[in-house]
Every structure is written in structure tokens, then in C-alpha cells.
Design a protein around this ligand. Structure first.
Ligand SMILES: C[S@@+](CC[C@H](N)C(=O)[O-])C[C@H]1O[C@@H](n2cnc3c(N)ncnc32)[C@H](O)[C@@H]1O
Length: 377
């Protein structure tokens, strides 16, 4: 039988297992597997243990967070790696390329710049999670579905980690690479249409960073419930795009916060709730999943943390937002809020400045939750 249901909505101190897993070396998007195999130094182990703890409690700020000179170049070169694109379909708007299957459904570009940013986000999350690709307690999974697979980087890593499993990644955009482990496949599909997976066929469904895309979570989770085998798992992971701060260093006029608020508004015009992850825990239960568990991590924005691993994660997040300011805002602001592209560019000037203010100790919560289809379903 399944374990008793347990939920932890507040950040919790890491368990011993979390700490041990967090000792793996920082990974880069393209070389995730190789880098994970390297032996970390004693200092790295200590930094990563401390980072794992701080991610779920309080991030300690460095004594001088006004300047990050010398840090940037060290990490920026490894912060992203280009993945070769095999895109077949394009739609162009305001200088960016968008998907054309179900055109207009997803508000963000699919061009190579955006793909590099998505891979950087993957690396940031994998470092935050101490190398873990999932938290659901999988046991010899055979059929895995990645919903909204993006560049496919998570699916490819999962294929390496579970060589006997078959991983299918679906996405509106055919932007995934052609070089693949033999057990990984990609398919263009709309996750909000009736699912093609057979009932009771999947061991694990994964959806990460999809709150910016999905309109109807109850419907999607109901499709997932049908497709998952009794005893199988679903896991949803998402950043909550609202800046938080634990030490009163974030002003009420923080431009990054204003920016994120407008992205929420712009997506709301398309019926998308960017904060859906806050309620999805209940939606998961309503769909019939049991043994639901949640974890919340703190992702620093900028290089203000003292701990080196957290500092690197903070640089990742700042780069993910900085590099993506135009990509993130153009669709929601012009299509949703009816701004002109020029108005968007002018607005972004102050947001860029405030992103580099290291005296503001801001962070985004990262929500992980998973649940199981009952064995007797
Ligand atoms: C923010 S990216 C996340 C990519 C990936 N899950 C990751 O974490 O690296 C969102 C992806 O979802 C895809 N997407 C958006 N709406 C979708 C839908 N209805 N069905 C399938 N894919 C969708 C987009 O094309 C995009 O590649």
C-alpha cells in the first residue's frame, strides 16, 4: 500500500538524504552527466551542504553585496551552452521566433536565444536540487512523459539516469536536438488536448516550468491521472514569479517586482495564472492523487548570498531574468496588455538596472510537488 499522505507547505530543513545528494558537483546544462561524475572537493561539499540548507531556510547574504566585480566572468562562460536547433516551424513577431503549431497558444519565443535561457534555467534548478532530476520516489520506471519538454534537456538527462525507461517529451515546438539517447523521443503535441497516452500506461509524468503555459490545470491533471498507472507518480515543479525577501532589503518600488506583476497581468489576459503552483497542490488532490508532498526552495536573484553555491544559483537566476527580459515581456505586454514594443523596451531599462542592485536580497520560491495514483485505482 502507499505511504500516508504528508504535506509540507513551509520550507523545511533538509533531511540527511537531501544533504548527501547535495554534495554532487555543480552541473552545466550540456555536460550534466559528466560533471556529476566528478569528485567534489571538501570545500565544495561544505558549500553545497550549506547551500542545500539555506535553500530551505534562510539565505545568508555576503558582507559586501554592492559589487559583484570579478564574479560575473567566472561563471557567465559556463552559465549556458547552445543546443543545436532542429526547428521546422516558425512564426516571427517583434524580432523573435514563436511556435507555429497552435500558433499564439504559448506567449514566449522558441528561438535559440530562448533555448539557451531554458537550458540555463535547467542548470540552475539542477544545482539548486543537488543534482536531483525528480523528488517523486520512482522505482524502476518504464514509461515517462515530460509535458512541455522545451529543449528536452530534462528528458535527455532522465534517459541517461534511467536507461531501461522510455522517455517521451511533448511540446508545441519541435526544438529538441536530434542526438539523443536511444530511449528518449520527442513529439509535437498540445498537452491541453486529449492525451494520446493509453490509460494506465505511464509510470511518471513530469511538468516543469509550465505555469506560464497551461490554462486548465484541473483538465491536464485529470488527463494525467487517467494515463498514469496505478501506483505511478506525477511531479510538478515551478518557480513562483513573485520576489520575496527575508531581511527588508527589498523596497516596495523594486522594478523587478513590478515587471513580474505585469507579466502576471499580461498572461491573465490569456487565461493563464502564473501563480497556479500555489493552488495546484489542491488541484492534484482533487484529481485523485494521494501521498502528495511539497517542498519549497529559495532561489536567490543576484550574487548577494555568501555561500558560493547559492551565489552561483543567484547568478543563474539573474541571468535567466536579465537575458529573458525581452522574451518574457514582449508577448504578454504587447499581445496581452496591448503595449507597443517601444513602450516595453523603455520600461525594461529600469528593470535591468534594478536587477543589478545586489543590496536587494531578493529570491523566488521554487515549488516542487508530487503525488501518486492510488494502487487500487
Ligand atoms: C518554460 S518552457 C519549459 C521547458 C521544460 N519543461 C523545462 O523545464 O526545461 C515551457 C515549454 O512548454 C511548451 N508548451 C507550452 N504550452 C504547451 C502545451 N499546451 N502543450 C505542450 N507544450 C507546451 C513551450 O513550447 C515550451 O517549450
Amino acid at each position: 500500500m502507499s505511504e500516508p499522505s504528508k504535506e509540507t507547505s513551509e520550507p523545511q530543513p533538509p533531511t540527511e538524504a537531501t544533504i548527501l545528494e547535495a554534495t554532487e558537483a555543480p552541473v552545466s546544462p550540456a555536460g550534466a552527466k559528466e560533471e556529476r561524475a566528478q569528485e567534489p572537493t571538501v570545500e565544495q561539499i561544505a558549500q553545497q551542504q550549506s547551500a542545500a540548507e539555506q535553500a530551505t531556510t534562510t539565505i545568508e547574504a555576503a558582507s559586501d553585496t554592492h559589487s559583484d566585480a570579478g564574479y560575473e566572468s567566472d561563471f557567465e562562460s559556463r552559465a549556458s551552452t547552445s543546443i543545436s536547433s532542429s526547428v521546422r516551424d516558425y512564426a516571427f513577431e517583434n524580432g523573435r521566433r514563436y511556435h507555429s503549431f497552435r500558433a499564439g497558444k504559448y506567449q514566449f519565443p522558441n528561438d535559440e536565444t530562448e533555448q539557451e535561457r531554458e537550458d540555463m534555467k535547467h542548470s540552475m534548478i539542477i544545482n539548486l536540487c543537488g543534482g536531483k532530476l525528480h523528488y517523486a520516489p520512482l522505482q524502476n520506471p518504464q514509461q515517462i512523459l515530460d509535458v512541455g519538454t522545451g529543449t528536452g534537456i530534462w528528458a535527455i538527462d532522465m534517459g541517461d539516469e534511467y536507461p531501461s525507461a522510455e522517455i517521451l517529451g511533448i511540446d508545441l515546438s519541435p526544438i529538441q536536438p536530434l542526438w539523443l539517447p536511444p530511449n528518449v523521443k520527442f513529439m509535437v503535441d498540445d498537452a491541453e488536448s486529449p492525451w494520446l497516452s493509453k490509460p494506465n500506461s505511464l509510470d511518471y509524468v513530469h511538468a516543469r516550468h509550465m505555469c506560464s503555459a497551461i490554462k486548465n490545470w484541473p483538465k491536464l491533471l485529470s488527463e494525467a491521472y487517467t494515463a498514469i498507472k496505478p501506483g505511478g507518480w506525477i511531479e510538478i515543479q515551478d518557480l513562483q514569479y513573485k520576489m520575496h525577501c527575508d531581511d527588508n532589503t527589498m523596497s516596495s518600488t523594486y522594478d523587478v517586482q513590478k515587471f513580474l506583476g505585469l507579466v502576471h497581468e499580461g498572461l491573465a489576459a490569456f487565461g493563464i495564472d502564473l501563480s497556479a503552483m500555489v493552488n495546484n497542490i489542491q488541484v492534484l488532490r482533487d484529481a485523485g492523487f494521494i501521498n502528495v508532498e511539497t517542498r519549497v526552495f529559495k532561489v536567490p536573484c543576484g550574487v548577494w548570498p555568501k555561500n558560493k553555491t547559492m551565489k552561483m544559483i543567484g547568478l543563474y537566476l539573474r541571468s535567466v531574468i536579465f537575458d529573458g527580459l525581452q522574451a518574457i515581456s514582449m508577448g504578454p505586454f504587447t499581445r496581452g496588455l496591448k503595449w507597443t514594443p517601444e513602450e516595453v523596451e523603455v520600461f525594461l531599462v529600469d528593470v535591468r538596472k534594478s536587477l543589478f542592485d545586489a543590496s536587494t536580497h531578493s529570491y523566488l520560491p521554487f515549488h516542487v510537488f508530487y503525488g501518486q495514483k492510488p494502487l487500487d485505482a
